[in-house]
Write a protein that binds this ligand. Structure first.
Ligand code: GZL
Ligand code: ZN
Length: 332
């Protein structure tokens, strides 16, 4: 399976210009003009099954998708947000199949449980593109996936933690993402591998479901259990849970980013502001602006063009100085 890495710059370029794709006959199709319906000028109907609206990252991702799958780009978007409920998300995909949409895009809440409904879409001749998160089902059941390398994000976060705190005894608690989701699974795997052999000890780990409230509630529980002095480091699988943890740490009379260090992933605006303010110590980016790439993949698949099965978008990482420099120009 070939993978294509797109740097954020290239991605910005893509966002600015049409995504061109090499058609099987070597010609160039420019997907920012008319999406490939069966005849020129036909609107392409796309069913998009979004996870919900659990975080700032998700809002930016939804905005990016709606902007790309716009009417002027030749699409009619049927949008469903499943409120982090996997059964509801699978039901939404079934309804897209019954509506006979031209293509389906899914940001799957969890990795497992997709085989049946993906098979039904295949049987109905409706191509499926995955954006953002991945599934454990066979990749024969979807045309392509565009997203982020979550394991690499976890490794980047863990390597920074190892460099900064690895040679002193460090008690760490983890705020996990949605249970069973690819980012939660892979960000844990990557981080754990990067801190192996260091003096960072994971004393507890619990899901906060990628939400601020979830992060705050779980952190309150950890503070109850271990006390402020019993925790040195928080690894949060996303900024929203880190921002919730900041509230809990302050309510316990401690200083986030100092008494208890925080490492997080996403680099959404509020997370980057907390990093600039010294309440978070390091953030690994996870780029939500996937709309143009997803729309390009839908256009290419419907035009019968060759597409790569996996398209990774590059991420970068920020300490406080880098965040100060980058924050003014960031798109989300
Ligand atoms: C990652 C994405 C995750 C974000 C969270 O690509 O699936 O879901 O890290 C979001 O903020 O809720
Ligand atoms: Zn995985």
């Amino acid at each position: 399976m070939r993978k294509r890495f797109l740097s954020t710059l290239a991605l910005a370029g893509v966002a600015a210009f049409a995504l061109t794709a090499c058609s099987s006959d070597g010609g160039e199709t420019d997907s920012s003009e008319m999406a490939a319906g069966d005849t020129a000028g036909d609107t392409v109907t796309v069913g998009f099954a979004q996870t919900g609206s659990e975080s700032g990252w998700r809002s930016a991702n939804t905005e990016s998708m709606k902007a790309a799958f716009s009417e002027e780009n030749g699409f009619e978007l049927v949008f469903n947000a499943a409120d982090n409920d996997t059964a509801a998300q699978i039901a939404a995909v079934r309804s897209f199949i019954n509506q006979g949409v031209d293509a389906i895009v899914i940001a799957p809440i969890v990795e497992d449980g997709w085989d049946d409904v993906l098979q039904e879409a295949a049987d109905a001749g409706i191509p499926v593109i995955l954006e953002d998160r991945t599934v454990s089902a066979s990749d024969d059941l979807y045309a392509a996936w565009v997203g982020l390398d979550f394991e690499a994000e976890g490794v980047k976060a863990g390597e920074w933690a190892a460099a900064e705190y690895g040679d002193t005894e460090t008690k760490m608690v983890v705020l996990e993402g949605t249970t069973g989701s690819a980012p939660a699974n892979d960000r844990a795997t990557g981080f754990d591998s990067a801190i192996e052999g260091t003096m960072i000890e994971k004393i507890d780990s619990q899901t906060g479901d990628f939400t601020r409230d979830g992060g705050k509630t779980v952190m309150e529980g950890f503070l109850q259990k271990y006390g402020v002095d019993g925790i040195d480091l928080v690894y949060a699988h996303n900024d929203d849970m880190a921002l919730g943890a900041i509230e809990a740490i302050e309510a316990a009379g401690a200083v986030p980013g100092e008494d208890i260090k925080i490492i997080s992933i996403d680099a959404v605006h509020d997370g980057m502001q907390a990093l600039v303010d010294g309440q978070i110590n390091y953030i690994v980016e996870c780029n939500p602006l996937l709309g143009d790439l997803a729309a390009g993949l839908v256009t290419d698949v419907l035009a019968g063009n060759d597409v790569e099965k996996t398209v990774y978008v590059e991420d970068q990482a920020f300490d406080q100085a880098a965040a100060e420099a980058a924050l003014p120009d960031r798109a989300y």
